[in-house]
Design a protein around this ligand. Sequence first.
Ligand SMILES: [Zn+2]
Ligand SMILES: [Zn+2]
Length: 376
Amino acid sequence: MKKPPIIKFNVALFTLLTLISVVGVPYWALTVGFNSFEILTTVFLFFFTGMSITAGYHRLWSHKAYDANPIVRFVLAVGGAMTLQNSILHWASDHRVHHRHVDVNDKDPYSAKRGFWFSHIGWMLREYQAARYEDYSNCKDLQKDKIVMWQHNHYVAIVLIANFGITALLGYFNGSIVGMILIAGICRIVLVHHVTFFINSLCHIWGKQTYTDANTARDNGVLALFTFGEGYHNYHHIFEYDYRNGIKWWHYDPTKWLIKSLSFIGWTRNLRKCPEDRIQQAKFTMQLQSAKENAVKKYTNADEIVAKLEAEYELLISKCNEYYNSKKRLMRIQQRQLKRTVDAIDMHTKCEELKIAFQEQRSRFNAMRTMSLQTA
Ligand SMILES: [Zn+2]
Ligand SMILES: [Zn+2]
């Protein structure tokens, strides 16, 4: 099959940025050197812009995993633009297609079944998506978000001002505009690029299929370290609306921590989580499947073992349902009791207020009565 034409702009841009990062940056480091302020700015912008993609482009806008106030949305929109990964609207549209048609080679824009290179970067180098390039019909909700549309309509200006304007200004005050642009501007963009691209490539190749094998997505704690927590990609593909990717407290998921922290000051709200029983059951189903496959491979009496496994699994699911249903009922009762307690406290306060008002009125009445008696 003939390959679609090359997107010359993208190829030139990726090549230029890569060359500057692998040749220009080391050359500058050896001849001029980078000072600690330049390194710290790079690290800060790496986390800020990278997490603008994971917390903003991905979990907030593509999946609506939580709500955020305009300040958070504005900051994430600017940080996301600084990574040169197209506008929120475009990115989210591609990503929603990726989830809907994951691994379907002619539909998934970065299908992992087309290999590492294609899913990592190749998909952006040729006109594979020309037919639906500006079709944003799967993002009608995002088109109502004024910040999303502002960023989409002024994307190039925001990229230039936020990216190179900020780094040039910081460089000016630090004594070297070129040095700062080289490391905190260009090298940081390249790093964030590949870290994000790993989510589409390596996170669909390397790791465990803990919750589903219906697609190629994998859970990988090592990749989570490099992808701001997005390495738990198998979980993400089955429960995509969950604001967490790493669901255990010890899972390295700084994106989840950022979203949760902002909720404490009310800047993010309605953080969505998948019910625990559904997560457990997805895991048990995968465990049953691998145990059955293992039994068939190893034992001559596999049929007997499989039958026993299935019977235990059925019991496990029914006990799991019973436990979580009763837990939900208990929570509802506790909520009702709490509401009753709150109502009782309200009523008590109101009663006290009415008592004071009554006593005051009685004093006023008595005063008036005494006065009228005196007059008589
Ligand atoms: Zn994926
Ligand atoms: Zn996703």
